[in-house]
Design a protein around this ligand. Sequence first.
Ligand SMILES: C[S@@+](CC[C@H](N)C(=O)[O-])C[C@H]1O[C@@H](n2cnc3c(N)ncnc32)[C@H](O)[C@@H]1O
Length: 266
Amino acid sequence: MIPPSLSFPGSIIWTIPGLSLEKSWNYWLRNWLWKVFVFRKLRFHSRGLLFAGILVFIIDSSMTSPSDIDFWASRYRDKSTPWDKGGPHPELLLRLSEGAPELSPPPGGRALVPGCGRGWDAIALAKSGWEVLAVDIVQELEKDLSPTLSQLGGEFRQGNALESQTDAFELIFDHTFFCALPPGNRADWGRMVKNCLAPGGFLVSIVFPVNRPLDEGGPPWRMTLDDVKASLEGFPLGFLECSPVRERSPERAWDEQWAVFRAPCL
Ligand SMILES: C[S@@+](CC[C@H](N)C(=O)[O-])C[C@H]1O[C@@H](n2cnc3c(N)ncnc32)[C@H](O)[C@@H]1O
């Protein structure tokens, strides 16, 4: 069983003003129009402008906005999920079949799949003997994923995967979760890895997209191995490998890399 001490209390995501690339109209309404209004009202007073800036900063950073949940939920609702290839990542299957050390579960080994989406990777890991906790902010994913995963001894949990507070996992498998986070959340991602990885546990990060021109951005955010390393800076994680993916996801437009890190053994 997954330890009950694990909690993912927040289903609320902090928004980083202006950094999201693709948002629904109500995102812009909630996050920007009111700021334009405040600035228009106060722009003629120098103190007013300062006040408006402080006000926007305070409200924005203290506002618990559900807009990111709405954004992701609407993508699933609208079946607009180009990242979802309808199955586990082919490299995951290949490496599982090869018995890759990072994917070989120790007895009772637990795996965390943050931002699991429809859970294809989580299911593949559960079938290979991992006790899987799959986390996603989108509640609606539970109905399809939970029955399959629980039959395999795993669990789906709705919540903010960045808020987990445990070091209990021998594997964290990140597939297009890191690149789905606004860069401002990357330090939280690093903290989550540090808190969740058991001694000797592995972090697998699929780095994507690899050869996309930097000025083209995403999707939804640009990501490199250095970004992953920077997010983990200060944590004593060993970097083991970063190799081109041999089995690419069909139709995935850019190259991918398989990066492996390991927490120190006690
Ligand atoms: C690009 S999708 C990848 C989904 C899945 N890993 C896959 O490869 O099919 C990113 C996923 O992260 C989820 N997500 C985004 N922010 C999250 C957060 N803070 N906590 C948990 N899940 C999150 C989204 O709902 C979405 O399912």
